[in-house]
Ligand binder design. Structure first.
Ligand code: CDP
Ligand code: MG
Length: 695
């Protein structure tokens, strides 16, 4: 493989490999050194954190906050909640919580812990993610949940009284909800000295988090008599990992998907046993890579015999997720093609080779244009090191970076930027307001958001009628919007549907918009796919098209064959039905009556406008290539080819989100009448901005 790859010059890390064996891992039966299964208890004891069990429990007992830093795979997530339970933190009806930024990690980890504890998932060990609650009141004592869900729980229980200990896991990810939680928990601790906080993180960015908790300004020493230390304790769990040899591409690669596929094939051909983990960016490029590898297997069987190719991304059906964690059959090689979820949140046993594209999908927000994008962007050097580390789990491994060493050293940022500094803050502001935190700029942030972004958010919330002149939540609208666990723009759309008499339809649309995609597309079937879509396409746009698909699905008796025939994702549709049921319940709770508009598309579009007026765009008068400009920021945008309005180009549209590749593309688009913008948001569309509407 030498013609393409160049070994890195950085000195390999010499890591602790004192135990030197891999025999305790259940996931490597293809090991040439043989394979022995040992009991779950033994496996638990061999994890690096086990040595620190007593220390961890002592620190948690005596410190309000304990920060635990350790390599991925050392057992932080799966073991610490169990240690706490064993030590009695769940006695007397109390609950131990462990948060994760990613839903898929919540599910995977909860299911693993239930298995280790020998209980049924959803009983003593359960999980909650948005729209899915697998816990039982008074039974569940170890609860995994997303950071976002814990934040929501504070709306009903501001001091989180049912929890005795809360572990904020994967803190290094610096997700927006984790950052907000850290700030809020610091406050809660003052009121609840008996609450214990455990903050755990992979080896990146831990310093900043500990500094955040150290700079606490504590008044009074009221807890001294409890023997409780208020300064945080920091414990570093020494990792076990093997050397990973880093190889860089000699030349920049023009197409990282293709390069990843070729690299997998080369590894399979030249290298000894061991699974391969490939880091790409999202469902779209992962599906393509999976398909390319499978095609290769069909046309060039010998080359790929023994390869089992699997995708890994959020939104994957549960059954497929579980396959990823199942042991590789003897004589086979597993190739998992993943988003950065496998970077630190999930450990896959048996990985010896890592192929790193150097990219991930990241959110970026520009407060000037008020545009938030999901962009494929270079990862940080810290992330690249984490990714490489995944190859050294069972024995010395190799990492193939699909970028040059020069690029790694000089072009990649050292560390990532916290999500709060690259996000639209509308959701964040409304949640804090709902929790009674009014001085948002003065809030104790682990990393402060930009004042411009904050002002933009306040402005939007004000025009949505969610905040009043004093920047307080309006009653009832503001509280109602805050109550719905969705993007406030969607929540406002739902609220507006009540007045327009189309809540049944809008709730369906909201359910569809809250999952990734209801379609199944793929290379080579584009034409079929486009035809299938045409059957549902509505002249008004994608939102109404969703209603047609939903209706078709119900009429088919929720048939999976029907979905298959129409390139509709069956699992996604089942999820839509589930989410819809939950949204219906929430809507009824906040006083929205369920009503159908019986095909009056105008009111549906008006309700969408009531929530999404800020995303209005106008077709450029002399544009021959479908160029639109946003009304608020005059940004150039185009209708995404996946939209039913692609090439139709109505004069006025509203988009749901933007994706940026070579251009800014609007995804999920609906046509509107510009006069509705004025009705929906007179303050927002002041005279200045209205000018283009009048000519
Ligand atoms: O949180 P941290 O990265 O420190 O480690 P962990 O997620 O607690 O994983 C500890 C061990 O449990 C690893 O050896 C994982 O492979 C194993 N595990 C697993 O086999 N299946 C899961 N779904 C989760 C963890
Ligand atoms: Mg973990």
């Amino acid at each position: 493989m030498s013609q393409f790859w160049k070994p890195g010059t950085e000195k390999p890390r010499i890591l602790d490999d004192e135990e030197g064996g891999v025999l305790f891992f259940s996931g490597t039966p293809s090991s040439s050194s043989g394979f022995r299964y040992s009991s779950i208890e033994k496996q638990r004891q061999r994890l690096p954190v086990y040595k620190y069990r007593t220390a961890i429990l002592y620190l948690v007992e005596t410190h309000a906050t304990t920060i635990i830093v350790g390599e991925t795979g050392s057992g932080k997530t799966t073991q610490i909640p169990q240690y706490l339970k064993e030590a009695g933190w769940a006695d007397g009806g109390r609950v131990i919580a462990c948060t994760q930024p990613r839903r898929l990690a919540v599910q995977a980890v909860a299911s693993r812990v239930a298995e280790e504890m020998g209980v049924k998932l959803g009983e003593e060990v359960g999980y909650t993610i948005r729209f899915e609650d697998l816990t039982k009141p008074d039974v569940t004592v170890v609860k995994f949940l997303t950071d976002g869900v814990l934040l929501r729980e504070m709306m009903d229980d501001p001091l989180l009284t049912k929890y005795s200990a809360i572990m904020i896991d994967e803190a290094h990810e610096r997700s927006i909800s984790t950052d907000i939680l850290l700030g809020l928990l610091k406050k809660i601790q003052r009121r609840r000295p008996e609450l214990r906080l455990i903050i755990s993180s992979a080896t990146i960015e831990a310093k900043l988090i500990s500094a955040f908790f150290q700079t606490r300004k504590r008044r009074g020493l009221e807890n001294e008599e409890l023997g409780l230390q208020l300064e945080p304790a920091i414990l570093s769990v020494e990792g076990r990992g093997f050397n990973v040899q880093i190889n860089y591409a000699e030349e920049p690669v023009p197409d990282y998907v293709q390069a990843a596929v070729s690299t997998v094939l080369l590894i399979h051909e030249k290298e000894s046993w061991g699974d391969i983990l490939v880091f790409l960016t999202g469902q779209d490029d992962i599906d393509i890579a999976v398909q390319l590898l499978n095609e290769e297997a069909q046309t060039n069987g010998k080359n790929t015999s023994g390869l089992i190719v699997m995708p890994l991304y959020s939104g994957l059906p549960r059954a497929e997720q579980e396959l990823v964690f199942s042991p590789t059959p003897r004589g086979k090689r597993k190739v998992v093609i993943s988003t950065n979820i496998a970077e630190t949140s999930l450990t896959l046993e048996g990985v010896v080779y890592v192929v790193d594209s150097g990219f991930s999908k990241q959110k970026f927000y520009n407060p000037t244009s008020d545009i938030e994008n999901l962009v494929v962007a270079p990862i940080s050097r810290a992330s690249a090191r984490q990714r490489a580390g995944r190859a050294g789990r069972v024995r010395p491994g190799k990492c193939y970076r699909l970028y040059t060493e020069e690029y790694f050293l000089n072009k990649m940022p050292a560390e990532g930027i916290p999500e709060i500094q690259r996000s639209n803050l509308v959701s964040c502001v409304i949640q804090l307001k709902a929790l009674g935190i009014d001085n948002i700029l003065g809030f104790d942030w682990p990393a402060s958001p930009s004042p411009e972004a904050m002002i933009r958010a306040l402005e939007v919330l004000y025009s949505l009628g969610v905040l009043d002149d004093d920047a307080k939540l309006t009653s009832p609208a503001g509280f109602q919007v805050a109550e719905i666990p969705l993007d406030p723009l969607i929540s406002k759309m739902i609220l507006a549907s009540n007045q327009f008499g189309c809540s049944e339809e809008i709730i369906t649309i909201a359910a569809v918009l809250s999952i990734q995609s209801i379609w199944i597309s793929g290379r080579g079937i584009q034409k079929d796919f486009d035809n299938a879509k045409l059957r549902f396409a509505a002249a008004e746009g994608d939102h109404v098209t969703f209603l047609n698909v939903y209706k078709g699905f119900l009429q088919s008796g929720k048939s999976s064959q029907w979905c298959h025939r129409n390139h509709v994702n069956y699992h996604a549709m089942k999820k839509v039905i589930e989410i819809r049921e939950q949204l219906k319940r929430i809507a009824q709770r906040i006083g929205i009556s369920l009503k159908s508009c019986d095909g009056d598309m105008q009111v549906i579009r008006k309700a969408v406008t009531a929530g999404f007026f800020a995303n209005a765009c106008r077709l450029e008068a002399f544009s021959h290539n479908g160029m639109y400009k946003t009304i608020r920021g005059s940004q150039e945008v185009y209708i995404h080819p996946s939209s039913v309005l692609f090439r139709v180009n109505p004069k006025w549209v509203i988009y749901h989100s933007l994706v940026s590749t070579d251009r800014q593309y609007m995804r999920n688009v609906i046509s509107i009448d510009p006069s509705w913008l004025l009705e929906a948001a007179p303050h927002f569309y002041n005279l200045q901005r209205l000018k283009p509407i009048t000519h």
